[in-house]
Every structure is written in structure tokens, then in C-alpha cells.
Design a binder for this molecule. Structure first.
Ligand SMILES: [Zn+2]
Length: 129
């Protein structure tokens, strides 16, 4: 299981310069977890590829694509140290509290938008700027 951490962030509405505080929930993967996810992705894709060998016509393409996809997924999972899960905070433009699902690596600053007013928000680490 990944370690779930909370990162204090600053939400900045760049058009008005207003800002507020929020929290970014991030899953962090230890080396053992990353290795396990990489091996499972590789074995899963290669097993599926091996099974498609028995399917006429599909066996011309699918085993090769799934072989390559297994390697690609394994490398991707091995390199993924952390992933954003959720952003919670107060919108600096409209003042409503919100919680929003997030994807990707927590390489701040990242962009998000308020689900209430649609304002484009820059998410910075709280100690920055
Ligand atoms: Zn808003």
C-alpha cells in the first residue's frame, strides 16, 4: 500500500493575485511497492499477450503490442515515486470550499480549477513565493 501524505499548498488565482490555502493528498510509493507494481504490470501484460496467441487474426498484432506495453508500464510504474490523489481547499476567487480528484506526479506548481466558479488555480507548495 502506498503511504498517503498531506502536503500543505497555496492556491493562487493568477488573474486577480488572490490566494488561499489548501491541502494536496499524495500517495508515495516505496521502492518495494514500485518494484511490485512494475512486476505485476509486466506479468499481466505478457500473460494477456500470451493468451491472445490463440485468437485468430488478433494474434498478428496483440502479442507484440502487449509485450511492448508490459515493458512500458513496468518502466512507468518503476519510475513513479508519488502520485497526487486529491486537492482540498478554499477557492481564492469565489470563497467556496472544494475537494477535487487530481492525477499525475506532484511536481509543483500544477494547475487545477475550482469546481464551483471554474477559476484557473495554480497550486504551489506553501513555502514558495
Ligand atoms: Zn471558485
Amino acid at each position: 500500500m502506498p503511504e498517503r501524505t498531506q502536503m500543505p499548498v497555496k492556491l493562487l488565482h493568477e488573474l486577480s493575485g488572490a490566494h488561499s490555502e489548501g491541502t494536496l493528498i499524495v500517495d508515495r510509493f516505496a521502492a518495494g511497492e514500485r518494484r511490485k507494481r512494475a512486476v505485476l504490470a509486466l506479468l499481466g501484460a505478457w500473460t494477456l499477450g500470451a493468451l491472445t496467441i490463440a485468437i485468430p487474426i488478433v494474434h498478428f498484432v496483440a502479442p507484440f503490442v502487449l509485450f511492448a506495453a508490459g515493458i512500458w508500464l513496468a518502466v512507468r510504474f518503476w519510475k513513479e515515486h508519488a502520485r497526487m490523489r486529491e486537492l482540498a481547499g478554499t477557492c481564492p476567487k469565489c470563497g467556496n470550499n472544494f475537494t477535487k480528484e487530481m492525477e499525475g506526479a506532484p511536481d509543483l506548481p500544477v494547475w487545477s480549477e475550482c469546481p464551483h466558479c471554474g477559476a484557473s488555480l495554480a497550486v504551489h507548495a506553501r513555502d514558495e513565493t
